[in-house]
Every structure is written in structure tokens, then in C-alpha cells.
Design a protein around this ligand. Structure first.
Ligand SMILES: Cc1cc2nc3c(=O)[nH]c(=O)nc-3n(C[C@H](O)[C@H](O)[C@H](O)COP(=O)(O)OP(=O)(O)OC[C@H]3O[C@@H](n4cnc5c(N)ncnc54)[C@H](O)[C@@H]3O)c2cc1C
Length: 430
């Protein structure tokens, strides 16, 4: 077969572990590689004065796309970047260039699933081929259907842990069909290009890395092989200061410049040739949390993003914008909460411990609609992922996958336990 194809990059911004992309050169003689920034990212659903693509996220994404474009150029290709409604942009290219098939990969969150559905409706179901690159586990190896997906993480883990399989991670893309002949060279949309100082992190950041596959694979090597920090992961993962208390893989995993399957097999290779311990196990355990939330969002669709959450639990929420401003600017008066919020504001990153505490503060102390908090995280976090972000927020706010009715964190006790020497608070408040 020969013809023209489109590869639509979404949250798989890499060339390693690309089962579909790596094979296209065998079947097509022209290819358009495209990434579309959804125009919804520039809207303000809650009218709170900020959109969904804040400065750190934007810079990280831009660096990622530059890196991907460089890699594609080495294979004689290039990345076209557009802003707009993804399904419309793709349909237009499909028709204008007489394309045979569009290839992309799986999505799990509501809006992204809608993009896929709309495109299918526009170009025909059989003309959109969707591969699997997002989860670590192979969905086919799961011992239940989506309807039977366990509600709690513990029962999910118990059911999958001994049986799940991970597809091979070795389908690297080393050859591609040339770019569409008639394609004109166009600049990337201005919305994606950060200004000189926009999104530049405070140098004290716990995430001093750049976006892109190259940095992702370097960090993977460093964390697992060079420093062997993975061997202490279980005892350091609740830390808050510095680069190495946790893997810091999340920003690359979220936009797919790092494959979860690659992380899994790198851990397995390390376990076989160096050492296996509770910490190496625990990193895989945490990656199961990631898959858990992806699958939950696939199951619950739009409920995942609604105020009553997947529990359909009605709670009285507060909509006091002044209180919300105090929280998001780090002015609650509680040092531990404020230090975390200032870290987020000045770096685009926050530890898991910090995230749990500030989410609990907003939802339980201020009783503010949890979606405002999730939305602020979406704006700020370099690792924002709809399923992980909204799933974790719901979990803490009492309307998600937690069997505990309201998981309230006591910020004083937490500070005492996790920041006993005040290193973290001093770092961000002084
Ligand atoms: C309110 C709240 C919002 C969050 N929003 C996001 C988000 O938008 N994107 C995101 O990737 N994570 C999110 N998390 C989960 C977690 O905080 C981050 O994944 C983690 O802090 C990233 O740092 P790391 O890569 O060093 O993690 P590590 O501790 O090294 O963990 C390794 C990987 O496991 C996965 N993981 C670990 N914990 C979780 C978890 N609770 N849920 C889902 N995946 C997990 C991540 O992919 C992470 O990279 C959120 C947590 C909370 C409490």
C-alpha cells in the first residue's frame, strides 16, 4: 500500500516506544506530523482571570515540541503545530491534502475523548487508527471490563498486581515517510511561544529540567542507573526539598515525552542487573496509581469533572473569590500551605505531599469548589494531566475514589512530620 497519512501527536511527544509511528514508513510515502493546541486551553471556564495554559506549562510544552521537531528533522520530517479545535484542524488537513488515514493514540479524559469522537464522525471511523501509548499496563491483561473497574485503588491494585502485562517498549521510530510534498512551511502559533522570561522557574525549583524526550530519557537514566536514587525511593518520596526525593518523571509522562512502558522496563532491567527492593517495587506501584486514574476517567467521563464528582455527592461549596485568591497567592496565614502555594506559583511544580495538603486546605478548610483548585493546578503544573489532576482533587475532596468520606489533612501535624527542620518553609517564605 502507498498513500498519504497524518500522524497526530497528542500526549505521546516522543520517538521512543511508538508502535504505530515507527511502522508508517512501510506503508505510506507521504506523512504529515502534526500537533494541535486545543483552543479550549485559552478560555476561562470559571472566569477567575487565568486560562488553562499557564507560563510554566507553556514553556515546558514549547521545549517539548522543539525537541520533537528536532528529532523529526533528523528523520527528514518536521512538526506542524496549529492552534484550534483539534477535530476541525485535522479534518481540514484530511480533506485538503487528500489523506488516506489519520493515526494517533488513545486518550482517557472526557474532552480528549470528544476530540477523537468528533474526528471519527468527520472523517469516518475506519480512517482514524488509534494506538496505545498512554498506559503502563496493557488493558488487555486487566482481569475486568471497564464497567467492573474497581472503585478503590487498593482493590484495583490487588486485582491487577499479579496479572498485569506491559507491552514491549522497543518500537522506536527510526525512519519516517517524507513530509507531504505540497505542504507549505508555516510559523507555529504565537500562543505557544513563551516570551523571553515567561515561565522561567525560580532556581530553587525541585524540577530544574527542560521539556522534551532527550531530557526525559536523561533523567530516567540518572535517577535509576547513575545515582541509583531509585533504591531509596520509598523512604524519600514524601520529601519536599530538592531534585531527588522523587523521580520527577511526571511532567514528561504527562505529555508523553516519556513512555510509562519505558520506565517500567528500565526498572525491571535495573532490578535484574543491579538490585530489586521495596523502593523499586514502589515506583511501579505509584505508576499503577497513574493508570488507575486514567481508567477511572475513561469510565466516568464527564462526571470526573463535575462538582459532585464520581460519587455524585452534594456538598455545600463556597465561591468566595477573595478566599480563593488568598489560597492561590500563598496568603492563607498557614506557613506550610503558603510555602507550597508559593513554590507552585514560582516554579510550576509541587511535591505530592504538598499537593495533598493544599488541596485539603482549599476543599475542607475553605470549602471552596474543588474544581477551582484543580483548575489553578491545571494552569500552573508542568505535569498537569486531566485524569491525575482532577482524579486526585476529587479523591481528597470527598467526591472521588476514596472510601474515606473526607480526607482532611492537618497542616500543622503534616508540617511537623514532613518539614520538621522548616527547610521547606524557609526556602519559600524567606
Ligand atoms: C491534588 C493533586 C493533584 C495532582 N495532579 C497531578 C497531575 O496533574 N499530574 C500528575 O502527573 N500527577 C498529579 N498528582 C500526583 C502526584 O502528586 C504527582 O504525580 C507527583 O508528585 C509527581 O512527582 P514525581 O514524578 O516525582 O512522582 P513519583 O513519586 O516519583 O512517582 C512516580 C510517578 O507515579 C505517578 N504517580 C505518583 N503518584 C500519583 C498519584 N497520586 N496519582 C497519579 N499518578 C501518580 C506519576 O506519574 C509519577 O511521575 C496530583 C496529586 C494531587 C494530590
Amino acid at each position: 500500500m502507498s498513500g498519504k497519512a497524518i500522524y497526530w501527536f497528542q500526549t505521546d511527544l516522543r520517538l521512543h516506544d511508538q508502535p504505530i509511528l515507527s511502522k508508517l514508513h512501510k506503508s505510506y510515502d507521504e506523512l504529515l506530523c502534526i500537533y494541535v493546541i486545543p483552543d479550549r486551553w485559552f478560555k476561562e471556564p470559571f472566569n477567575l482571570g487565568f486560562n488553562r495554559l499557564g507560563p510554566y506549562r507553556k514553556r515546558f510544552l514549547y521545549e517539548t515540541l522543539i525537541d520533537l521537531n528536532n528529532s523529526l528533522q533528523r528523520l527528514g520530517q518536521r512538526l506542524v503545530v496549529k492552534a484550534g479545535d483539534p477535530s476541525k484542524v485535522l479534518s481540514n488537513y484530511y480533506r485538503e491534502y487528500n489523506i488516506d488515514k489519520v493515526f494517533t493514540h488513545d486518550q482517557y479524559a472526557f474532552e480528549e475523548l470528544q476530540d477523537l469522537e468528533k474526528l471519527q464522525m468527520s472523517i469516518g471511523k475506519r480512517n482514524l487508527i488509534i494506538g496505545n501509548t498512554k498506559l503502563m499496563v496493557s488493558e488487555l491483561s486487566l482481569p475486568f471490563t471497564l464497567e467492573e473497574l474497581p472503585f478503590s485503588f487498593t482493590s484495583f491494585r490487588k486485582k491487577v498486581e499479579d496479572v498485569f502485562k506491559v507491552d514491549n517498549d522497543d518500537m522506536n521510530c527510526t525512519s519516517l515517510p517524507p513530509a507531504l510534498e505540497s505542504l507549505s512551511g508555516e510559523d507555529w502559533p504565537a500562543e505557544i511561544v513563551p516570551d523571553l522570561n515567561e515561565g522561567v522557574s525560580n532556581p530553587e525549583t525541585a524540577f530544574p529540567f527542560k521539556g522534551g524526550e532527550y531530557e526525559a530519557l536523561s533523567r530516567l537514566k540518572e535517577y535509576i542507573w547513575d545515582t541509583e536514587n531509585i533504591l531509596h525511593y520509598k523512604s524519600t518520596r514524601n520529601g519536599m526539598v530538592g531534585v531527588d526525593y522523587s523521580s520527577k518523571f511526571s511532567p514528561w509522562l504527562s505529555n508523553g515525552s516519556l513512555s510509562p512502558r519505558r520506565v517500567y522496563y528500565e526498572i525491571k532491567r535495573f532490578e535484574e542487573s543491579v538490585k530489586s527492593n521495596i523502593s523499586t517495587y514502589w515506583l511501579v506501584f505509584e505508576l499503577l496509581w497513574r493508570d488507575f486514574f486514567q481508567l477511572q476517567s475513561l469510565k466516568f467521563q464527564s462526571d470526573f469533572f463535575k462538582v459532585n464528582g464520581i460519587k455524585h455527592r452534594e456538598k455545600e461549596w463556597n465561591y468566595d473569590q477573595k478566599l480563593f485568591e488568598q489560597w492561590r497567592s500563598g496568603n492563607t496565614g498557614n506557613d506550610f500551605i503558603d510555602a507550597n502555594m508559593i513554590e507552585l506559583l514560582s516554579t510550576g511544580f509541587m511535591s505530592n505531599r504538598g499537593r495533598q495538603n493544599v488541596a485539603s486546605w482549599l476543599a475542607h478548610e475553605y470549602k471552596i469548589d474543588w474544581r477551582w483548585g484543580a483548575y489553578w493546578f491545571e494552569h500552573c503544573l508542568v505535569d498537569h494531566d486531566p485524569s491525575s489532576n482532577y482524579g486526585n482533587w476529587m479523591y481528597i475532596s470527598g467526591i472521588g475514589n476514596d472510601s474515606v468520606a473526607d480526607r482532611r489533612f492537618n497542616a500543622e501535624l503534616q508540617a511537623h512530620k514532613y518539614d520538621r527542620q522548616h527547610r521547606f518553609v524557609n526556602l519559600w517564605l524567606n
